[in-house]
Design a protein around this ligand. Structure first.
Ligand code: GTP
Ligand code: SPV
Ligand code: MN
Length: 590
């Protein structure tokens, strides 16, 4: 039965139906009975496996093809009408050409399949921040994941209304999961996403990276707000006051971990608490008070499994103990549970690995779980979920933090001198690549604001939009910082303990925002006085900390060359302010 009378939805649905020619169409209303029936069907066909319902109630396991385990940046396109609007950092194709090419792949692709019509809202129903999408898909895995990750079902159509045309049109088909014909295409000017031949995460859960970042970043530029690859967390002091921080780190660089951190004993005993608002995406706009406010448009966590354990991220692990979907982890056959590298020191002896092969946890060098294996967990499962999680107005942001994986160069923390300098600091971010996208791992690349794979338009214009937002916010703008948890010693070990202890750095950041801490001026920005980072209870000397804060001028000089080369790509779309900041940095280093 149709769930909306909205003629824009119905007309588009009619066109798409004529294209993919499904055997059957099912509207997803989001009801418990419907979801139960879909789970049962996926279990019956073997698409998903039901896990131990005592230990992991409501949990399912899914394996994707070994050639379909991560985002595919090389096959992700921004199809704006003009090539220059996609910019030098995106793959581009003419929308007409791409629609025609994919039209052939979609033609009749669902003739033996059911097409699910998924209405969903990114952001709480009723919030001014929120936006509606409709995803058409032939995958039950997608439906069940979208249920966790978004506000899915008939309320989303209420949010849209009977007339509005402001919804994102998403079309997904697994087709044959043929990697040579895999395409993740965005048509920002048409509010449209077409994804084909993948069944994995960020390629197919179209509300996430495709809509909430690529399409939304373009909408944000036009409408005066921002869509960013950022976690949102709140730190509550012993007086009960909560301050909020957004942080942008590239994929698999620690957002989920930071968002759910457990304070070190020294803060815990004083009564500090940490609250998670979001772990991956933030939508930010100026509030009536002139400050920058943020919501998390998602409703769950699509988190990296390996490395997650009771010590590194207790809250994430807890979040996965019920109603969670596990993708590409190892299956422990002894008790029908899941396992991944870094969960504990006891890999199961009698297991199936992420490829579906028998695995005994010891003999082979093969991993049990894929490095980019994931859990999809409802946000409400998280023990430290913020009471403001569903607040339609979002939360006010005090600080914006950028960061990446840098073995050298970037110090533990530094502060930008002002908003413009902060935009520069974000724009020059670099990080070692991770397993979250297909391709080589550990290669340093420029990843401005952690948005390189997610910016839906010309990155030079994106920098310009950041500068514009700063002008609007004026002296109410959040302060901007850069962190690096990943500096290594000569043996390649991480020097900074990281995880919960990152709170020590966040505390200096908040003190700076409130004018309570001093700083030292360096060529790259303000750094803490080493004694202002609280090391109590840590096995780390003040000298080691000084080393972590060291600015190695020859290395930075090298970096300036790299930045100049990167900036060169943007031609005259690079804001002059950023070119000026680069020259200033170059001079400061002499
Ligand atoms: P996406 O979901 O891909 O956007 O990733 P994310 O940014 O949320 O990364 P996540 O928190 O899942 O962390 C990815 C990896 O980084 C995991 O293997 C963590 O164990 C590791 N990690 C996270 N925080 C730290 C840290 O402070 N120090 C060190 N050394 N490793 C960390
Ligand atoms: C990321 O890669 O940044 C993720 C996972 O959060 S995915 O949804 O696949 O993009
Ligand atoms: Mn991410």
């Amino acid at each position: 039965m149709e769930l909306t009378k909205n003629p824009n939805v119905l007309k588009w649905l009619e066109e798409m139906t004529a294209l993919v020619k499904p055997a059957k169409t099912v509207w997803i209303d989001g009801s418990a009975e419907q979801l139960k029936a879909l789970r049962d069907e996926a279990i019956a066909t073997g698409e998903m496996e039901e896990l131990n319902q005592e230990k992991l109630p409501g949990c399912l396991l899914h394996r994707t093809r070994p050639s379909d385990v991560a985002r595919v940046e090389g096959r992700t396109f921004i199809c704006s009408r003009r090539k220059e609007d996609a910019g030098p950092t995106n793959n581009w194709e003419d929308p007409k050409v791409m629609y025609e090419k994919l039209g052939k792949l979609y033609d009749g692709v669902m003739k033996d399949r059911t097409m699910y019509v998924i209405p969903y809202s990114m952001g709480p129903i009723g919030s001014e921040f929120s936006k509606v999408g409709v995803e058409l898909t032939d995958s039950i895995y997608v439906v069940l994941n979208m249920d966790i990750m978004t506000r899915m079902g008939k309320d989303a159509f209420k949010q849209l209304g009977d007339e509005s045309n402001d919804f994102v049109r998403g079309l997904h088909s697994k087709a044959n999961i043929d990697e040579n014909e895999r395409y993740i295409c965005h048509f920002p000017e048409d509010n449209t996403i077409w994804s084909i031949n993948s069944a994995y995460g960020g390629n197919v859960l179209l509300g996430k990276k495709c809509f909430a970042l690529r399409i939304a970043s373009y909408q944000g530029k036009n409408e005066g707000w921002m869509a960013e690859h950022m976690l949102i967390l709140g730190i509550e002091n012993p007086k009960g006051e909560v301050k909020y921080i957004c942080a942008a780190f590239p994929s698999a660089c620690g957002k989920t971990n930071l968002a759910m951190l457990i304070p070190p004993e020294i803060y815990k005993k004083k009564g500090y608490k940490v609250w998670t608002v979001g772990d991956d995406i933030a939508w930010l706009r100026q509030g009536p008070d002139g400050r920058l406010w943020a919501i998390n448009p998602e409703n769950g966590f699509f988190g990296v499994a390996p490395g997650t354990n009771a010590k590194s991220n207790f809250n994430a692990l807890e979040s996965t103990r019920k109603n969670t979907i596990f993708t590409n982890v190892a299956h422990n056959l002894d008790d029908n549970t899941v396992w991944w590298e870094g969960l504990d020191k006891n890999p199961p002896k009698h297991a199936v690995d992420w490829k579906g092969n028998p695995w005994d946890g010891t003999a082979s060098t093969e991993k049990g779980a894929h490095p980019n294996s994931r859990f999809t967990a409802p946000a409400i499962n998280c023990p430290c979920i913020s009471p403001e999680f569903n607040n339609p107005n979002g939360v006010p942001i005090s600080a914006i933090v950028f960061g990446g994986r840098r073995a050298k160069t970037a110090p533990l923390v530094y502060q930008a001198r002002d908003w413009q300098h902060g935009v520069f600091v974000g724009s020059i971010m670099a990080s070692e690549t991770t397993a979250a996208a297909s391709g080589a791992v550990g290669v340093v690349r420029r990843d401005p604001m952690a948005m390189l794979p997610f910016c839906g338009y010309h990155m030079g214009d994106y920098f310009g939009h950041w500068l514009e937002m700063g002008k609007k916010l004026g002296d109410k703008a959040p302060k901007i910082f850069n962190v690096n948890w990943f500096r290594t010693d000569d043996e390649g070990h991480f020097i900074w303990p990281g995880f919960g202890d990152n709170m020590r750095v966040l505390m200096w950041i908040l003190d700076r925002c409130e004018g309570k801490a001093d700083a030292v001026e360096t060529p790259i920005g303000y750094e803490p006085k080493p004694e202002d980072i609280n090391l109590e209870g840590l096995d780390l000397s003040l000298d080691t900390l000084k080393g972590l804060l060291d600015v190695d001028k020859p290395l930075w000089k090298e970096d300036v060359k790299g930045i100049r080369e990167f900036y060169g790509k943007f031609g005259d779309r690079l804001p002059k302010e950023l070119a000026d900041e680069l020259n200033k940095l170059d001079k400061n280093l002499d």
